[in-house]
Design a protein around this ligand. Structure first.
Ligand code: HSE
Length: 428
């Protein structure tokens, strides 16, 4: 019986060894150990077990690339300073690019894809500029280029657009696409805080871009609506062609008028089908408090999508910040592991989409005009066929919501008035 017992134990051990040997593992490398990169490492560590289960194999962080050293941080064990170490290691199957900026990210990502490594990125500048080309390379190499985190932080929007809303022609995408500016506008509106104070807070919370101009001048939202528009129409929408206005001219007085008009002021990135083309724009807008985007506050983002058969859907959630963004990046890593050897088809050709000239887009405008006498008011009302609005405690000026007109008509009329203080597009 002793001998039989030993034989049985040996058999069990051999079986266990085989099971252990059969357990698959995929090596990944993370490029950049900044806000998002350190978030990715944290997410992988915190949810290791469930992530591995969902991916169907163990995800092993083999390298983290950064120019800096991080003494005392456990990341030191896998830290490298030379990208070639990662590129030339055939065991690395997935590269996570979270460095930001176009250079050197573009070369790093392109070379990784050409070497047959899938890439997951949060880099909206890179995706907006080179997304179509990088997708083509991934397709040719039966690997994947995934970029869920590039729009809306932790909100799933790229995968739904690409894989769920496929029965529809998308006729509109409008969104609050930048957490920093939404945080600023919300604090200005609800707490009456000045712009600079709130921007500083957003920077401290890790929401803002290294150069906050990218947020407050609307450039970040512009990249994001360019990506969404390209996916919606399947062609390249160049961000340089999208009319973009930021929030730096919005003041506390604008919020007084907004309150009177029962509207919210939000930085909206939008893309609407007009005829066979798309009219895309980023600008602060006054939107009705009944609109689903009006209730999106703080760092939250939301993307409102209208399909020709579906009607309206809205995706809402944490739009910026270390862990929400990292969560989206790691979900791409899981997807890349699950689709090893297969390309997930994404339609985004390098051919340029037809964009409608903004001059022909029709909207209403809210204007603030200097002066207070009856003749001034009557002249503005007549010229813009508008409705006059006065805000509590605001003197020496008045507001007017114009009739619907094209951007060109508005610009021509506005050129005839010296007293216009400011203008915000109005979709009340
Ligand atoms: N600066 C960006 C924002 C980060 O505020 O939304 C997320 O892309």
């Amino acid at each position: 019986p002793k001998k039989n017992f030993r034989l049985l134990m040996n058999l069990r051990r051999t079986r266990q060894n085989k099971i252990i040997r059969r357990k698959k593992m995929v090596n990944i490398a993370v490029l950049g150990y900044g806000t998002v990169g350190s978030g990715v490492v944290e997410v992988l560590r915190t949810n290791q077990e469930s992530i591995n289960k969902r991916a169907g194999q163990e995800i092993n962080l083999k390298y983290v690339l950064d120019l800096r050293d991080f003494p005392g941080d456990p990341v030191e064990k896998v830290l490298v300073h030379d990208y070639d170490t990662i590129l030339n290691d055939d065991d690395v199957k997935i590269v996570v690019e979270v460095m930001g900026g176009v250079n050197p990210a573009y070369q790093f990502v392109k070379n990784a894809l050409l070497k047959g490594k899938s890439v997951c990125t949060s880099n909206k500048e890179l995706v907006a500029k080179h997304g179509a080309e990088l997708l083509e390379i991934a397709k040719a190499n039966k690997i994947n280029f995934l970029f869920e985190a590039s729009v809306g932080g932790g909100i799933p929007i790229i995968r739904p657009l690409n894989q769920s809303l496929t029965a529809d022609e998308i006729v509109e995408i409008s969104g609050i696409l930048n957490g920093t500016t939404n945080y600023i506008l919300t604090k200005m509106s609800k707490e009456g805080l000045p712009f600079d104070t709130v921007l500083k807070e957003a920077q401290e919370l890790g929401y803002a871009e290294r150069n906050p101009e990218a947020d407050v001048e609307g450039y970040d939202a512009c990249r994001k609506i360019a990506i969404l528009s390209s996916l919606a129409c399947g062609h390249q929408v160049d961000f340089e062609d999208i009319y973009t206005e930021g929030i730096t001219k919005i003041t506390d007085v604008d919020f007084k008028y907004a309150s009177k008009l029962d509207v919210s002021i939000k930085l909206i990135g939008s893309s609407r089908k007009v005829g066979n083309g798309f009219a895309a724009m980023v600008a602060p807008k006054m939107i009705s408090n009944d609109h689903p985007l009006a209730g999106v506050n703080g760092v939250m983002n939301a993307i409102f999508v209208k399909g020709n058969v579906l009607g309206d859907v809205m995706f809402y959630g944490a739009g910026a910040g270390k862990l929400p963004t990292a969560s989206a990046v790691v979900s791409d890593v899981v997807d890349a592991v699950k689709h090893m050897g297969t390309n997930i088809m994404t339609i985004w050709s390098t051919h340029k989409a037809d964009l409608v000239d903004i001059k022909n887009v029709v909207t209403r405008f809210f204007i603030r005009v200097k002066g207070d006498d009856d003749a001034d008011v009557a002249a503005v009302k007549a010229a813009f066929n508008g409705e006059i609005v006065r805000a509590d405690g605001v003197t020496g000026e008045f507001g007017c919501v114009t009739a619907p007109m094209t951007e060109k008509e508005y610009a021509d009329k506005a050129a005839g008035f010296d007293g216009i203080i400011s203008m915000i597009r109005y979709e009340g």
